[in-house]
Design a protein around this ligand. Structure first.
Ligand code: PEP
Ligand code: MG
Length: 299
């Protein structure tokens, strides 16, 4: 199997009966791209920006952020790159930025909730991203969305930055704006959320659906990304995406687990973002499966 994984790493992911699955890379730091071959991936499915923007100074440094995003887009060479806006809070505090001493940080001010409370910080990231979008197919993804309004407000902030860049004559693009599906409220009624694309954050979706802390080994057996409840939520989002022509992907860690991948594909997913070293193993798993071709019969 190891040999097959290595042989398949550079090939597109195809099921035994020839159905294509998109395999994107998940990265925590642009330095991980050194030595990584872009031809092995359909793009970047998740950049966890809070892992390198881990200080307030970095959050306020537009030029360094712009250079970092541009570097990722240059690497991707025309393939889509999905950058997640800051997902600080919860298990990822940033001194001087996140709220200290919350009773239950995972249910508190994290991700987009924090970004919208600190728009002067959020705007720096949106501006750097809009500028970098001139260099490739950049997509912006919001973490921890709970209410439709959060997308609307984020879109208004992004539009305002784009308008200001245009007025100042600064090169920029208009990135697509999508959301992570991590909160059951979104997965249960995805049709309320007007996003350009959806990506299932299975780490948090399991945590919030099964009431299982993601870093408490003692309760790990109670929750799983292939729990029937979680798979039902995923299928619901896939259904919505198919009905409205929007991409649904999965970027949680479970997408890199060959034991779980068959269940996600059975739930209808045809796009995964995987730990960048595990693409070959996931492709080998897919090569052994027969999948329904959802595009068959379409014009
Ligand atoms: C997730 O929740 O599945 C996810 C990809 O986000 P993170 O693990 O960074 O919270
Ligand atoms: Mg998450």
């Amino acid at each position: 199997a190891r040999k097959q994984s290595a042989a398949l790493a550079g090939e597109p992911a195809l099921s035994r009966n020839g159905v294509r699955v998109a395999i994107h890379a998940t990265i925590a730091d642009p330095a991980e791209l050194d030595g990584l071959d872009p031809s092995h991936f359909d793009g970047i499915g998740l950049v966890r920006t809070e892992l390198f923007l881990d200080k307030l100074e970095k959050l306020m440094d537009e030029e360094t952020q712009f250079a970092t995003y541009r570097r990722i887009l240059t690497w991707a060479d025309g393939k889509p790159v999905t950058v997640r806006t800051l997902d600080a809070g919860g298990d990822k505090p940033i001194k001087g930025y996140t709220v200290a001493n919350e009773a239950n940080p995972f249910l508190g001010i994290r991700g987009i909730r924090l970004s919208l409370r600190q728009p002067e910080v959020f705007r720096v990231q949106l501006r750097a991203l809009a500028r970098a979008a001139a260099y490739g197919r950049l997509r912006i993804m919001l973490p921890m969305v709970t209410l439709p309004d959060e997308i609307t407000t984020a879109r208004e902030l992004l539009d305002a930055e784009i308008t200001a860049l245009a007025a100042a004559g600064v090169d920029h693009g208009r990135p697509a704006l999508g959301i992570m599906v991590e909160v059951p409220a979104v997965a249960i009624t995805p049709e309320r959320f007007d996003a350009d694309f959806y990506s299932i954050g299975s780490n948090d979706l399991v945590q919030y659906t099964c009431a299982v802390s993601r870093d408490e080994a003692g309760v790990a057996h109670l929750g799983s990304a292939i729990d029937p409840s979680v798979l039902a939520l995923i299928a619901r989002v896939v259904e919505h995406g198919r009905a409205t022509g929007r991409e649904v992907s999965l970027c949680g860690d479970a997408g890199s687990d060959p034991r779980m991948v068959p269940h996600f594909l059975a739930a209808g997913l045809r796009s995964l973002s995987v730990q960048y070293g595990l693409g070959g193993a996931v492709k080998a798993t897919i090569a052994g499966l027969d999948l329904v071709d959802h595009r068959a019969g379409q014009a």
